[in-house]
Design a protein around this ligand. Sequence first.
Ligand code: BES
Ligand code: MN
Ligand code: ZN
Length: 499
Amino acid sequence: MQISFAPPASVEAGALVLGVFADGVLSNAAGAVDRRSKGALSRALKAASKFKGGRDETLALYGIAGFDQIVLFGLGKPEDVDAVRLQRAGGAVAALLNHAGIGSATAQFEGIVLAGHGAGAAAAEFAFGARLRAWRFERYRTKEKAEAKPSLKTLVVQTSDAAAAKKAFARADAVAQGVFLTRELVSEPANILYPESFAAKAKELADLGVEVEILGEKQMRKLGMGALLGVGQGSVRESQLVVLQWKGAGGKRKGEAPVAFVGKGVTFDTGGISLKPGQGMWDMKWDMGGAGVVTGLFKALALRKAKVNAVGVLGLVENMPSGDAQRPGDIVTSMSGQTIEVWNTDAEGRLVLADALWYTQDRFKPKAMVNLATLTGAVIIALGTDHAGLFSNDDALAERLAAAGKAVEEKLWRLPLGDAYDKQIDSDIADMKNITGSRDAGSIIGAQFLQRFVNKVPWAHLDIAGTTWSGKDTPTVPKGATAFGVRLLERFVTDNYEG
Ligand code: BES
Ligand code: MN
Ligand code: ZN
């Protein structure tokens, strides 16, 4: 879909898209159409009993005011219009147009403003939402009929400051490209995306100026990463550790310590010898969601040339059962020197992150370290799919992350850490075990385990098991891979680390 911005002008062809506020109050552009049509638009609105101009509402009208199609979107009260609401409107409209077989549309934004921003900002947010929703994973569809495919080819958004809208959208579109890379990685099946092929995809970011290093098993063994390597040892695929560096801070901040992002990248999680049941196991192709988010984030940061020093570390492994696989009860030595009794080979994400986190803080001395992981089924029991779990050893960091999540509608909910939980993973014969043996507080126990590998660096863990994949469409996120975390962390960087 091609998106462009233009100054207000009359619309000759394609669908016309207009905003309506709460209680059916017409935006300026909609009012103009209504006057030209001698009230036909407001009469149609009255007849449509369900559409009231509330947020998230849309309505398609046919044959009104000389237009084949008019699509209305609701915004609620003008004073409540924020970026998320505009993005959701854009997404809902894009979905409607795509389903309706409409190829081109023009949205008129006169009279719709985003509080605190100049003209053009509202149009850009709307376009961003349309962009986010219209993405689709197409690679493996070979037989879809043309008429079943999304129809929308061009979207023009008219605003009195088209230049400002274009500029704001360019930045948003960089974020969208990061989101799409993540969605693509997360959607790919595990026969296509395995540690080496994932690393090769990450390597492509070098074209954008990201420094990319790939460590194989030999190098990781030298570093003493017994925890990560143990997880991958049953797979024919070689484990990989990918290190991304974006050095965007300039001037006095050039040598500044980075902010670090670490992702769990289990390209498939069978559970290993502690094998998962077959039902639903296909979902475990997206157990690399954390690493997928970190990769997409770096694409976004590089595309928009973020003024930040950032490090990304991806722990990439495949967790398979085999004659070579790690056994329950095995004891491994992590890079930190701490030993781990592996009671359950399905609690593998924490083993991968143990070495990835230790390596990250040891090498980069980051000012903050955030990891993302589809770590526990228990976080889905606790929070469902509307919030990801947030754990942190630093209140200020936790608050910054929660605020960023709120701003982009990728919500976090903080859960506690504490000594009473921590001591439950003490082992009788090693420094710790990777599970407790009880189902109590499963997500917290996972987080406590990770905390033993962060060495007092300000750190946060986002458990994204419930938010990485969605069974239903939302206005800005089509069902499937959500890329939850990319927009959040991009915002987190913008608000806190760009000087
Ligand atoms: N990758 C899973 C967690 C998961 C479950 C993610 C469902 C997404 C959807 C993780 O590796 C795992 O298997 N965790 C175990 C931990 C348990 C053995 C302590 C779990 O949640 O059951
Ligand atoms: Mn597992
Ligand atoms: Zn897993």
